[in-house]
Ligand binder design. Structure first.
Ligand code: ADP
Ligand code: MG
Length: 144
C-alpha cells in the first residue's frame, strides 16, 4: 500500500493535481473520492476529466448517480452515490458493468456509502479541510 499526501491551497491546485493523475491513467482504475460536502470531490473530478481531454462541463451527477464521458483518451465513469439508498441500487445504475473496465476510469464520489461493493484494488482519495490552515486549504490523502 502506498500513501501520497498532497496539500492544496486553491481549487485550481486540486484541479491540476487530479489532471496530472489522469494523464498517467492506463484504464481500469477506480478512484474513490470521499470527504464532506463542498470539500472538492467534484473539483477533483473536473481536473481528472480535463486530464483525459474531456472538454464538456462536468458537475456532480447527484440525481443521476452516473454520468459517462466518452470524448477523452479513456472513458470516464463519474459516479456520485450520495443519494443511493442501498448498495443493491448500484446494479441498475450499471456499476458492475462499468467499474474496473480497462477502457475507462471510474470516479466515485461518496464511495464510503457503498463500501461493501468497492473493488479491493480501488484507489482511495480522501479530501479534508483544516480551518486553521485557511478557507481554501485541502489535504488530499491518496492510498493505492
Ligand atoms: P464536493 O464535490 O466535495 O461536494 P465541490 O468540488 O463541488 O465539492 O466544491 C468544492 C468547493 O470548494 C468549490 O466551491 C471550490 O471552489 C472550493 N474550494 C476551495 N478551495 C479548494 C481546494 N483547495 N480544492 C478544491 N476545492 C476548493
Ligand atoms: Mg460533488
Amino acid at each position: 500500500m502506498e500513501q501520497t499526501v498532497v496539500e492544496t491551497y486553491s481549487p485550481e491546485e486540486t484541479f491540476v493535481f487530479a489532471r496530472s493523475l489522469a494523464e498517467q491513467a492506463k484504464g481500469g482504475e477506480v478512484f474513490c473520492l470521499d470527504g464532506d460536502l463542498g470539500v472538492g470531490k467534484t473539483v477533483f473530478a473536473q481536473g481528472f476529466g480535463a486530464g483525459l481531454g474531456i472538454t464538456e462541463p462536468m458537475a456532480s451527477p447527484t440525481f443521476t448517480i452516473l454520468k459517462e464521458y466518452h470524448a477523452g483518451r479513456l472513458a470516464l465513469y463519474h459516479f456520485d452515490v450520495y443519494r443511493i439508498g442501498s448498495e443493491d441500487e448500484m446494479e441498475e445504475v450499471g456499476f458492475y458493468d462499468l467499474v474496473g473496465q480497462p477502457e475507462g476510469v471510474s470516479l466515485i464520489e461518496w464511495s464510503r456509502l457503498i463500501e461493501g461493493i468497492l473493488p479491493k484494488d480501488a484507489i482511495r482519495v480522501t479530501i479534508e479541510k483544516e480551518p486553521e490552515k485557511g478557507f481554501d486549504y485541502r489535504r488530499i490523502t491518496m492510498n493505492s
